[in-house]
Design a protein around this ligand. Structure first.
Ligand SMILES: *[C@@H]1O[C@H](CO)[C@@H](O)[C@H](O)[C@H]1NC(C)=O
Length: 440
């Protein structure tokens, strides 16, 4: 009897675990519910309120819930979100339990509206039943862990219910991109529209905008309904139109990365009355090329001061550390400081250049016979080095080999003197011996 109940209990536990494991592929997201405060009109800046909220994500509206909302969350702010496409079930939005970093999530109430933009207006040409639009609409912005994914979704729930459905999702997997100058760049953007929604199937529009330090421009705008690109298109920027219509692939392709492409990009996808957008960052990173003047170096006599320049050019962004190193005959490198660094200049292509000048005083620095002089440039795109050979003639301080040679010469001389003096003194004692013998 006890055995049976134990087995029974264990199997119940196992089943619960299984259900939890199955449903855990879609996350339960902790979000900030942010909205404008009601009844606070008059001010220019709308006051906003933030409330903690919980979002149970699932791919199927019928799937059962297994978790309870924490007590610090207002039960009115607990929502159930059905995402048929499963976009929000990406692993980066569902970290293992107890994980310190959490995906970012913000929910805002959303009002469907008409757009007057030239490439969007045609979408709402045909009047739509307003009953569908009369519902609770949310805009949810999500950021996965490790910059793997950013998602923005427009969801709809019948008025005063908490059962939301994703109607439009826009995603990007290139949240932060680095590219070298002249390379082709792909900024990922994809969208999914719920095919069962009356808003899908009547066309879409895609817009790419660029933003950098308050400066913005339209990169590209495409009206997918009439298959037309806006005139303001930037040179070398394009979309894969086939992929866009077939798979919702709205990725932007920049054929040749330029310095002026560094900045923030916003991919916006419009359906009639609704819109969602994701932002991503592109940085063009190009390490410098170095050149040394004069090169080769002239011969230097001790006491002479040598001036040498190192020019770093063609780099971006403007973040560079220049320095000098000297490697003597002993093979050891030592730093010679940064020299005097000039201000930077910007070339026509937006890349920078900067110069450092080194005054090499051969009397105060112990440089021996010379060695290798290296200019080192440390840049986010990589470290670059350029070297020249430094020859000092008529060196004043003897090197190790020279000292050894001198010791050698001294030893030979000493030996010679010793030998000569011994020869003389021994011949002297011979004569003294003979003298002694004669005396006897
Ligand atoms: C979208 O299109 C770009 C450019 O053709 C391509 O590199 C990328 O792999 C496509 N993405 C998907 C998810 O198909």
């Amino acid at each position: 009897m006890t055995n049976f109940s134990t087995i029974y209990r264990l199997s119940v536990v196992a089943v619960i675990c299984l259900i939890q494991a199955c449903s855990s592929s879609c996350p339960v997201l902790e979000c900030w519910f942010v909205q404008e405060k009601a009844g606070r009109g008059g001010g220019l800046t709308a006051a906003t309120s933030q409330e903690k909220s919980l979002l149970f994500v699932r791919t199927d509206a019928d799937s059962a819930e297994t978790q309870k909302a924490p007590s610090d969350i207002n039960p009115d702010r607990v929502y159930f979100l059905t995402d048929t496409a499963g976009t929000l079930c990406h692993p980066s939005l569902n970290p293992p339990e107890g994980s310190v970093t959490k995906p970012l999530c913000e929910i805002n109430p959303f009002l469907p509206h008409l757009s007057t933009l030239k490439w969007v207006a045609p979408l709402t040409d045909s009047a739509l039943s307003p009953i569908y639009l009369q519902a609770d609409w949310f805009s949810t912005a999500l950021q996965g862990l490790n910059e793997q994914l950013t998602v923005s979704s427009i969801t709809r729930a019948p008025t005063a219910t908490k059962e939301h459905h994703v109607i439009l999702s826009v995603t990007s997997k290139t949240v932060s991109v680095q590219a070298r100058l002249g390379e082709p760049v792909m900024l990922d953007c994809g969208f999914w529209a719920d095919p069962s929604s009356p808003l899908s199937g009547s066309g879409f529009a895609v817009e790419w905008r660029y933003q950098f330090r308050g400066d913005g421009r339209l990169v590209l705008a495409y009206d997918g309904k009439s298959d037309r690109l806006a005139d303001t298109q930037e040179e070398g920027a394009t979309l894969d139109f086939e992929g866009l219509h077939e798979k919702g692939n709205a990725s932007l392709i920049l054929q040749k990365a330029k310095v002026r492409h560094s900045g923030m990009y916003i991919c916006t996808v419009y359906l009639p009355y609704i819109v969602a957008q994701v932002t991503m960052e592109l940085e063009i990173v190009e390490p410098p090329s170095l050149s040394l003047h004069p090169s080769p170096l002239p011969l230097v006599v001790p006491g002479q001061t040598l001036t040498i320049q190192c020019e770093a050019s063609g780099f971006a962004p403007l973040s560079l550390e220049l320095g000098w190193e000297f490697k003597g005959a002993d093979g050891k490198s030592r730093p010679l400081g940064s020299g005097s660094i000039s201000g930077h200049r910007q070339a026509w292509d937006g890349t920078y250049s900067q110069t450092t000048r080194l005054e090499l005083d051969t009397t105060t620095l112990d440089l021996g016979r010379g060695g290798e002089l290296t200019c080192v440039a440390v840049h986010p795109g990589g470290t670059r080095q350029a070297s020249v050979t430094l020859n000092i003639i008529g060196f004043s301080a003897p090197s190790i080999e020279d000292s050894m040679a001198m010791v050698g010469v001294a030893l030979v001389l000493y030996g010679l003197i010793k030998f000569v003096s011994w020869t003389f003194s021994s011949s002297g004692s011979d004569e003294a011996d003979k003298q002694n013998k004669k005396d006897k």
